[in-house]
Design a protein around this ligand. Structure first.
Ligand SMILES: NC(=O)c1ccc[n+]([C@H]2O[C@H](COP(=O)([O-])OP(=O)(O)OC[C@H]3O[C@@H](n4cnc5c(N)ncnc54)[C@H](O)[C@@H]3O)[C@@H](O)[C@H]2O)c1
Length: 412
């Protein structure tokens, strides 16, 4: 006898009324990680001071408000985790797949009511069975290894819009994955630079609005990049040398980025012409703010009224971008565009993430991403346990990860 399907609005209202202790009983997994178990960047870099019993001097600065965590974002007990979603918001693979599996089917149902999301924008839902109270879904740019001004603006908007949506809901602890650096192919280093600098600027402008931003990395590559960059971008209050290093790095970064943008300008100008036409038609701008008026007690206001034709065109454009893992199949589009099928049918047809190598540039990025994923571990060096347990969700995503592992084995 299958479990009675829960209505997402009722479930959301019930869960958001619970206090922490009561909510903890509802987490799908009990091996969650509470915030007090995650050291701030400053604490992480002054362990010997703590050992020697020294009072941590300074503090209250930026490095107290950020953390670097290596592991599965779905175990973090924070106000909100950010999902690197696709424009359909109907799940897929990678971190999106993990979050949907860990949150349960109500997440899919609430996402289905949101009618998609444009690149660079963000929408918020309840966290349901996750230790996080909420999930902010943002859609990163499909970079495929190239970074022009559009990709940079779109990724910056993902972080800005997520932080502003968090503030609108009076939330103060948030965890970000490495948005767009997986199947969307945004190079890891510039993506980390955008993430760290956008978050830094936002905290400097809203110091009292944030308790902690956790950069949740999954791959060894990202862990090394963030560790290096954070010691420069979030220096300890009394570490002068980092400022000097920051100036040097910025100079070198500027010249590299300048070269890169000159290099990609050719590609981008072509892209812009096409995109310009679309954008003009769609009336979209890369950094336009997205916010969603949510009445927490009655669930989401239906964004359909506000979703105009342009946004729909833009959404279709996203779907045409040809990223297999994200493209909704025609059947799925049928669900979206024609009539609201019941959940079971929709669930069977959730877009299955395809991991097979289709020979495009993306597969190089994906291969790197997949080969590294097997060595992911937590920030304290423990072997990464496969935190995400099976759920009533279709196991297309599970197949996806098995497939991707097969690819790695074959490769080896
Ligand atoms: N990676 C895949 O095989 C795959 C396939 C289909 C769709 N997707 C997803 O990819 C699209 C978005 O691309 P993207 O590059 O922004 O996202 P992504 O491909 O999920 O990669 C973003 C980052 O998240 C990391 N990551 C993966 N699992 C976790 C986890 N449990 N906790 C923390 N971090 C994790 C991953 O290593 C990468 O650094 C969406 O369509 C979404 O559905 C991924």
């Amino acid at each position: 006898m299958s479990k009675k399907k829960k209505d997402w609005k009722t479930e959301k209202e019930r869960l958001l009324r619970l206090d922490r202790e009561e909510r903890r009983k509802e987490y799908r997994r009990q091996d969650f990680i509470s915030l007090d178990k995650i050291p701030s960047w400053r604490e992480e870099n002054r362990p010997n001071d703590i050992e020697e019993g020294k009072e941590l001097t300074g503090g209250g600065g930026l490095s107290d408000k950020v953390s670097l965590y290596k592991g599965d974002i779905t175990v973090l007990e924070v106000d909100v985790i950010v999902n690197a979603a696709n424009s359909s918001l109907l799940g897929g693979g990678g971190v999106d797949g993990c979050i949907h599996k860990a949150a349960g089917s109500c997440l899919y149902d609430e996402c289905h009511s949101l009618n998609g999301c444009e690149t660079g924008k963000a929408k918020i839902t309840c966290g349901y069975d996750l230790p996080a109270k909420y999930v902010i879904h943002t859609v990163g740019p499909v970079a495929r290894g190239h970074v022009g001004s559009t990709e940079t603006n779109d990724l910056t908007s993902c972080y800005q819009n997520s932080l502003r949506l968090m503030e609108e809901h009076d939330l103060s602890t948030v965890a970000f994955p490495c948005i767009s650096t997986g199947i969307y192919g945004f190079p890891n280093e510039p993506a980390a630079d955008i993430a760290l600098n956008t978050v830094k600027s936002w905290i400097e402008q809203n110091p009292d609005k944030i308790t902690r931003v956790i950069f949740c990395v999954f791959l060894e590559t990202d862990f090394a990049i963030y560790k290096k960059n954070m010691s420069v971008i979030f220096p300890d209050n009394d570490t002068e040398v980092a400022e000097e290093q920051l100036k040097e790095d910025n100079t070198s970064m500027k010249s590299t980025t300048k070269e890169e943008s000159e290099d990609s300008r050719g590609k981008e100008e072509i892209g812009d012409e096409e995109e310009g036409d679309d954008d003009a038609a769609a009336g979209n701008t890369d950094v336009e703010m997205a916010s969603q008026n949510l009445d927490e007690h009655s669930g989401n206001e239906d964004p359909n009224q506000e979703k105009d034709k342009d946004e729909k065109e833009n959404q279709d454009k996203d779907e045409d971008v040809g990223i297999d893992g994200d493209e909704e199949s025609d059947k799925d589009k049928g669900i979206d565009n024609e009539k609201d099928e019941d959940k079971d049918k929709a669930e069977e047809e959730q877009p299955a993430a395809k991991a097979e190598d289709d020979g495009t540039a993306k597969s190089t990025v994906e291969m790197e991403y997949v080969s590294e994923i097997n060595n992911a571990g937590t920030s304290n060096g423990e072997e990464m346990k496969d935190h995400v347990e099976s759920s009533e969700e279709p196991d297309s995503i599970l197949t996806d990860s098995i497939q991707s592992k097969d690819i790695v084995e074959k490769k080896e």
